[in-house]
Write a protein that binds this ligand. Structure first.
Ligand SMILES: [Zn+2]
Length: 462
């Protein structure tokens, strides 16, 4: 509200209304205006101010107050966009209130604007600068999702910038073609390249009955390497569940109180390489460990209420997916990963370790095709290519069957630019750690410093 053009009397009336509605430190501001202008308002009005001042008065620009408004708004929006709230560990009544109130989108958007304005003038206490920056980005992301729910169409890059704080570069199909040509040399044969890759992958499939034992061994090793470096809460634990009929490969559902539910989807054949990917990504030092830091340090120690809610479409997702993916190469750097898999996991799975060595080179080349996903999804969502063209590109560059390619664009229709978080997030986190770590062991310390600080992509990019 621009008070500059409004007469003082009207301003004071407006402030009184605001005051009655919000019980804020506006009281003090009003009293200051009254005394400074030496104005002739009735003593009754001044008495009213005094009375209201006796209420618990807190600064409406304090981050704690704004954070609470943000959490409540995120819960309200979660009633409209069912994917928005990924995890919530705050008071159950706040969620019940949001459900019961069923605040219309237009009112929610007005509250988002008000919070944005409050944050623009908010002052961070010493040591809370990163907190303020992240809260501003979270509110920007929430407002953006509200605009999208309101029917606004944003380009892929606009969405990536506003939700995840990063814009993926343009990728060149010529680079993907070069990787395909290298794969063609590595796996010679008459059959289509995709079939040759698949034939090798088939040799690495763990039979269903052996998946739990392989997965438990993998996650125990991920955990052992992490607890050797980080002091985790004594009672931290996870439950491992095997599920089917899900659009994702694995999921970590943080339950609060240092506990996670890690679900592994068995819809697709379980390649032995998935064991460490999932163990580190969903567990240690990935999502589960990050959730422990956020819950214990941000929420319980610092009292940063906004971290009671974990929004899916926000900068934390790029950092979360990127750091969880980096967790695999942090815990199993370079060749040590294959060595561990061959020595410990292949025997449990009853697979031939030599097939693992042959797959390693293929897997590295396929890594170069990782950004094809982002490029194809961007063109598809921006309407530059049809769904059919996108499916054909996904079959060619990602070796997907037609049905899995179709499934992947169903994912994109719902989660849209979220796809950038895995690959771009990993690249950003990895580049930051490589720039700052003195040696391989120091990478753990730099990684922990990121888990300990509110972090978004633009904090990590030089
Ligand atoms: Zn993840």
């Amino acid at each position: 509200m621009d008070m500059g053009k409004v007469p003082l009397y009207a301003s004071v009336v407006a402030i009184v209304l605001l005051l009655i509605l919000s019980e804020t430190k506006v009281t003090i501001v009003v009293v200051k205006i009254l005394s400074a202008k030496n104005c002739r308002f009735s003593s009754a009005l001044v008495a009213a101010f005094t009375l209201l001042s006796a209420h618990p008065v807190y600064a409406d620009d304090s981050l704690d107050v704004i954070a609470e408004r943000y959490v409540k708004l995120a819960l309200a929006f979660g009633e409209i966009d069912s994917h928005f709230v990924d995890a919530y560990t705050g008071p159950a009544e706040w969620r019940e209130q949001a459900r019961a109130a069923a605040l219309p989108l237009s009112d929610q958007m007005a509250e988002a604007s008000a919070i944005t304005e409050a944050l623009a003038v908010a002052q961070a206490a010493a040591g809370e600068e990163a907190r303020l920056r992240q809260l501003q980005r979270n509110v920007r992301a929430l407002s953006t999702r509200m605009r999208m729910a309101n029917g606004e169409r944003l380009s892929f890059n606009e969405e990536a910038a506003l939700l995840y704080d990063a814009i993926p570069p343009e990728y060149d199909y010529a680079e993907f073609d070069a990787a395909l040509a290298e794969l063609d040399i590595l796996l010679p044969g008459e059959a289509p390249l995709g079939d040759r890759v698949q034939a090798l992958r088939d040799k690495l499939i763990v039979t269903r009955d052996k998946v739990p034992a392989v997965m438990e061994a993998a996650i125990a090793e991920c955990r052992a390497r992490t607890v050797a470096r980080y002091e985790l809460p004594q009672d931290e634990r996870f439950d491992l569940e095997f599920v089917t009929d899900k659009p994702w490969s694995g999921y970590n559902w943080y339950q609060g109180d240092n506990r996670s539910l890690i679900q592994v989807n068995l819809d697709q054949p379980f390649l032995i390489t998935r064991a460490l990917d999932l163990g580190c990504h969903e567990g240690y030092p990935g999502h589960h460990v990050w959730n422990l830091y956020v819950d214990n340090k941000f929420v319980k120690e610092n009292g940063w209420l906004e971290y009671q809610v974990f929004p899916l479409f926000a900068p934390g997702s790029l950092f979360g997916e990127g750091s969880a993916n980096f967790g695999v190469e942090l815990a199993f750097p370079g060749e040590s990963r294959l060595a561990y898999e061959q020595q410990a996991l292949y025997p449990i799975a009853g697979l031939n370790p030599d097939d693992g060595a042959r797959f390693e080179a293929v897997s590295t080349l396929m890594g170069k095709l990782g950004n094809a996903r982002t490029q194809i999804s961007r063109q598809y969502l921006d309407g530059e290519i049809s769904r059919e063209q996108a499916i054909e590109l996904a079959m060619k560059y990602r070796f997907l069957s037609r049905s899995r390619a179709e499934q992947s664009f169903d994912f994109d229709d719902t989660y849209r630019a979220y796809v950038i978080n895995y690959t771009l997030g990993l690249e950003i986190v990895r580049a930051y750690i490589e720039r700052h770590a003195k040696d391989e062991e120091d990478r753990w310390a730099v990684f922990e410093s990121l888990l300990n600080t509110p972090t978004a992509a633009s904090d990590l990019i030089e």
